[in-house]
Write a protein that binds this ligand. Structure first.
Ligand code: ADP
Length: 538
């Protein structure tokens, strides 16, 4: 055997050391609940993360213990992202938009021992606390004033730790964090990330043909830090020494645009609904906001309509479309434009950018139909299956999930896709959202993206309703922009040149808003429930 390289574990700890030594003056800016800004440097961040690590260990946290966070996006939450795992604990980010019953289920299921909560989220936590077995509650005090009885102030807790205490040596396969899927499909399921997975994922985030995150960027995650650990961006930003701008609880378009301009943000990340609101605000206020030249807006979680990508280009900002899942830490593919695509002209470039993109190195993908793996021809559909070093191998504490992993070791995503000859993935639907009309599949995602391209439409979701002959037919649920109108006939005329004739919706329902999941995705199950008695006779 030839001797090769050192055994050097891929863990977060060297990243913390590095940011402290190499980028001590780079800033982290957080929007406080009162909208004022809090600023600290990476030197402060590293010291405080070490204090947190030490305080947790002194308080009895053992390797592998889960420490929950119920927090908005801000500096203390990023400290938890490093302080907990670097002490050997497991960062468990809780979704603050969930019902107390679901939180109770998740905290109990994960066996969380400690929790760190924002005081402004206390009214929610208060409903969970008596029902779970948390041993120590640490509260980040934004409002000042007395804290609830029996809890510890976050700053006092940090002060009980010693930043100079050496961090433990960790195995790269040790657990780092966990996240529960938001549950658009059944009960929430927990995914446990290893240090190795998150470190490798951070490299993928920093690749030029990934998200291209670098020290020169200013990164703002609109995506909440509980959602698949904010898409890996806080971790990758520490790796790259990237300035972080954290919006706290203020996620409305005006507050976000204010931060984009004020802090010269170059990369922001969120689900499409966030970007729709921002695009509408930009369109409605020409010249008011000057975005940083070349700003990238990372969109994932749901499909980015082409009309939105074109819309942001008019404001000098580039949408970067990516696909991911909680089970993938979460990044799987990014729609960067491969050399040569531009030879096909502007439309070809937009078509590529609207797809979910090319897989990251180490993320292997295949699309499988009833008859086996489908060809990469951009037409044949199959269920997307993936494997790789940051793909979950199981769910935490859940017995029978064998249906999600194939016998030959691939994870079944539940997404229906095509893959084209250039290897671009295109998501047509989630298996359960497909509309089966006369035995043929209609892609609800594609149909809604076309409808959202109409200038009068603010947003649209398409679901199946029953039909006596075709079994299922599409119903368009449309939210109009204020003061706009669009008749059913006008909508069909608009769609005719854009989709196959048999895809045209049979009915339209005008709704005030599309119901959303806790992570801002369209909650189609609520629409299906609302319109379950609707039958098409067209
Ligand atoms: P949940 O499963 O609870 O919605 P996730 O955030 O893990 O939580 O969701 C992953 C799913 O989101 C994917 O399986 C896919 O259906 C959808 N998704 C993610 N990114 C995109 C995208 N760019 N376009 C379309 N759908 C996406």
């Amino acid at each position: 055997m030839l001797s090769t390289m050192m055994q050097f574990p891929l863990t977060l700890t060297p990243l913390l050391d590095r940011v402290e030594r190499i980028f001590p003056h780079v800033e982290m800016v957080s929007r406080r609940p009162d909208t004022s800004l809090h600023r600290q440097t990476y030197a402060d961040f590293a010291r405080r993360s070490r204090q947190l690590a030490s305080a947790l260990r002194r308080a009895g946290m053992q390797p592998g213990d889960r420490v929950a966070t119920l927090m908005w996006n801000h500096h203390a939450h990023v400290e938890a992202y490093f302080g907990i795992p670097c002490a050997g604990g497991v960062l468990h980010t809780l979704n603050l938009r969930l019902h107390p019953d679901d939180l109770t289920y998740i905290v109990t299921h994960a066996e969380d021992r400690f929790v760190i909560v924002d005081d402004v989220l206390w009214p929610l936590w208060e409903k969970v606390a008596p029902r779970v077995a948390i041993e120590k509650t640490i509260v980040v005090s934004w409002k000042g004033g007395p804290l609830p009885e029996g809890v510890i102030d976050y700053e006092a807790f940090l002060a009980s730790g010693d930043a100079s205490e050496p961090l433990p040596t960790l195995d790269e396969n040790a657990p780092l964090g966990m996240c529960y899927t938001s549950g658009t499909t059944g009960k929430p399921k927990g995914v446990v990330y290893s240090h190795r997975a998150i470190v490798l994922h951070s490299f993928a985030v920093c690749l030029t043909d990934g998200l291209g995150l670098s020290n020169r960027d200013v990164m703002l995650p609109v995506v909440p830090q509980f959602h698949a650990n904010a898409w890996g961006l806080p971790f990758a930003s520490v790796m790259a020494g990237t300035k972080q701008v954290l919006p706290g609880p203020h996620l409305d378009a005006a507050n976000l645009l204010d931060l984009f301009v004020r802090e010269q943000v170059t990369l922001a990340a969120g689900v499409p609904t966030v970007w729709m609101a921002i695009l509408q605000t930009l369109d409605a206020n020409p010249g008011k906001y000057t975005l940083t030249k070349g700003m990238r807006m990372l969109v994932g979680g749901s499909a980015a309509p082409e009309s939105m990508i074109r819309g942001f280009d008019r404001h000098g900002a580039a949408i970067l479309h990516a696909w991911g899942m909680t089970e993938l830490s979460p990044l799987g593919t990014v729609a960067t434009v491969k050399k040569g695509i531009e030879d096909g002209g502007e439309d070809a470039v937009y078509a590529a950018r609207s797809k979910q993109g090319l897989p990251s190195p180490f993320v292997e993908m295949r699309a499988v139909s009833d008859t086996g793996e489908v060809p990469w021809d951009g037409a044949a559909q199959g269920e997307l299956q993936v494997r790789g070093p940051w793909v979950a191998a199981s769910y935490y504490g859940t017995e029978d999930t064998s249906d999600r992993w194939t016998e030959d070791g691939w994870f079944r995503t539940g997404d229906v896709v095509t893959i084209d000859k250039d290897a671009y993935l295109k998501l047509t639907d989630r298996t359960k959202d497909l509309i089966k009309s006369g035995g043929e599949w209609i892609s609800s995602v594609e149909l809604e993206n076309e409808i959202m391209g109409h200038p009068a439409v603010a947003e649209a979701a398409v679901i199946a309703i029953s039909h006596p002959k075709w079994v299922e037919r599409p119903l368009a649920c449309v939210v109009l922009k204020p003061g706009q109108s669009l008749s059913f006939e006008e909508l069909r005329e608009f769609l005719k040149p854009r989709v196959a004739a048999w895809w045209l919706p049979d009915l339209v329902e005008y709704v005030d808003a599309i119901p959303r999941t806790s992570t801002g995705k369209f909650l189609k199950s609520a629409l299906r429930e609302r319109f379950k008695d609707l039958v098409s006779n067209a």
